[in-house]
Design a protein around this ligand. Structure first.
Ligand code: NAD
Length: 463
């Protein structure tokens, strides 16, 4: 029976027993050799290719993602991460020599990466496969054992990962525990060597508090309101197409989607018809008929988003069909910065445009708020781009392109301040899931350290 047809209830899991098993595996040393890590990553890739159609079906069931979008933004992205890592892992793991002061000569110093132990990965529902499995790739590549807790709000993807991971990966080193708040709370009572959490800041605080109990380091991949500044004079047709793509991908349920646009009133008015054409180009005149337009994850979120539209007059879209979990790509112009839609991360296909007088006011608007996960600047003026780079802080910056920085494995992915801490992807994952051990080595003879031993009379004479 395939995971998609499975209806049997989830087996009860004893969190302590699962973590205990993973710790015994780690302590046995089996995960440390490069060969084991390479075998895991190779099998990981084979799983994604051999079972790709099951992942596509799961993502369609959970979020109405089209097979192409599932490949580009989830499955293919994990395969790309594995290929990138496999090609470089040996060199990343090489000890790094560092210079030693002459006071210690002869001596040598190096930084050695060692795995941390048992890693807990907690995944969200919006890219339920990619955001669960890319951290697992990094944790395994760094030589750890892993417990994955996918999101219960993407149940088909969660079930599929629980079924497939133990078939392809070392089942003694990788375990999947399914469930929601109750199960995650049980897991968080255990001691892990690292916790990697993707989700919202409220739950991030719960995770960080639980981790503090065991002094466990955490990576928090959170969200927030990522602004897009559209400058006067930029090619609005291109800017609109790119913003519409980044915003309406996965029906706006993307952590790095542009949350809102900042523009002068004149540019905002000129942008609207371009956004309208861009939406029609991407999803046709009836986005609800488009196979490429996703649905909202559940009715609770449809209600939350539809409340944000109450009392507004959308410039584009605005349609809500609760039963179908459909919300049309929607744009609101001239939005009051104090209105409810500007209070929290939108996480849906609603794009407010807030008017500013120009670059300086846009920068002030951004710096007066929480540091965002990403910031996008659409300008043909290099000095405007430089001002945003210098005068604002965000997890990432996209100059002329939203969201796609997460597709570049050489770039660190993560937030800053309220949008998260720590980063991953490629080498940054190895750094995150490793301890950087300092090793200083000095031959026993000759004992040149005599110079720094007390009594210090001799040394004082030299200084
Ligand atoms: P969420 O925080 O509700 O859930 C994430 C995970 O935490 C799930 O596995 C869930 O089971 C668990 N969880 C929920 N409540 C819990 C509790 N009280 N105690 C313990 N565990 C709990 O997040 P979500 O709704 O799945 O995802 C949406 C949020 O995640 C948005 O804010 C979005 O911006 C953010 N996000 C960030 C990134 C990133 O890479 N920075 C990526 C995707 C989503």
């Amino acid at each position: 029976m395939s995971a998609l047809e499975t209806t049997t209830p989830r087996p009860q899991t004893d969190a302590a027993a699962v973590v205990g098993d993973l710790r015994r595996t780690f302590d046995s040393g089996v995960t440390k050799p490069l060969g084991w890590r390479v075998r895991q990553l190779t099998a990981f890739k084979r799983m994604l290719i051999e079972r790709g159609d099951e992942f596509e079906r799961a993502l369609a069931a959970d979020l109405a993602k089209s097979p192409t979008e599932a490949q580009i933004s989830e499955i293919g992205l994990i395969v790309g991460e594995i290929d990138y890592t496999l090609r470089r892992l040996r060199s990343w793991l090489r000890p790094r020599r560092v210079p030693v002061s002459v006071a210690f000569a002869p001596a040598s110093a190096k930084v050695v990466r060692e795995p941390l132990g048992v890693v807990l990965v907690i995944g969200p529902w919006n890219y339920p496969v990619m955001l669960s499995l890319v951290p697992v790739v990094g944790a395994l590549a760094a030589g750890n054992t892993v417990l994955l807790k996918p999101s219960e709000l993407a149940p088909t993807s969660s079930r599929l990962m629980a079924e497939l991971l133990p078939q392809y990966l070392d089942p003694a080193a990788v375990r999947v525990v399914e469930g929601g708040v109750e199960e995650t709370t049980e897991l968080l009572a255990e001691r892990f060597d690292h916790i990697f959490f993707t989700g919202n800041g409220r739950v991030g605080r719960i995770v960080a508090r639980a981790a503090a109990e065991h002094l466990t380091p955490v990576t928090l991949e959170l969200g927030g309101k990522s602004p897009a500044f559209v400058d006067d004079g930029v090619d609005l047709a291109v800017a609109a197409r790119r913003i519409a793509w980044g915003k309406f991908l996965n029906a706006g349920q993307t952590c790095v989607a542009p949350d809102y646009v900042l523009a002068t009133p004149k540019t905002a008015s000129a942008l609207i018809p371009h956004l309208e054409s861009a939406i029609a180009e991407l999803y046709g005149s009836e986005p609800r008929e488009s196979r490429d337009y996703a649905r909202i994850v559940n009715e609770h979120n449809v209600d939350r988003l539809s409340e944000l539209l109450d009392g507004t007059t959308p410039a584009i879209g605005g349609g809500v069909e609760r039963a179908a979990k459909y919300i049309a790509p929607t744009v609101l112009n001239g939005v009051d910065p104090d209105s409810p839609i500007m209070a929290d991360e939108i996480f849906g296909p609603l794009l407010p445009i807030v008017h500013v007088s120009g670059v300086s006011e846009a920068i002030r608007f951004i710096t007066a708020r929480d540091k965002p996960l990403a910031l996008y600047v659409f300008s043909r003026n290099r000095s405007v781009e430089r001002r945003f780079l210098r005068e604002t802080s965000s997890g990432a910056v996209g100059l002329g392109i939203p969201a796609a920085h997460l597709l570049v494995p050489g770039l660190p992915f993560g937030g800053v301040g309220p949008s998260g801490n720590g980063q991953y992807h490629g080498k940054y994952s190895i750094d995150t899931f490793s301890h950087h051990k300092a090793v200083l080595s000095k031959p026993i003879n000759p004992d040149t350290l005599r110079l720094i031993y007390p009594p210090h009379g001799q040394l004082r004479d030299l200084l």
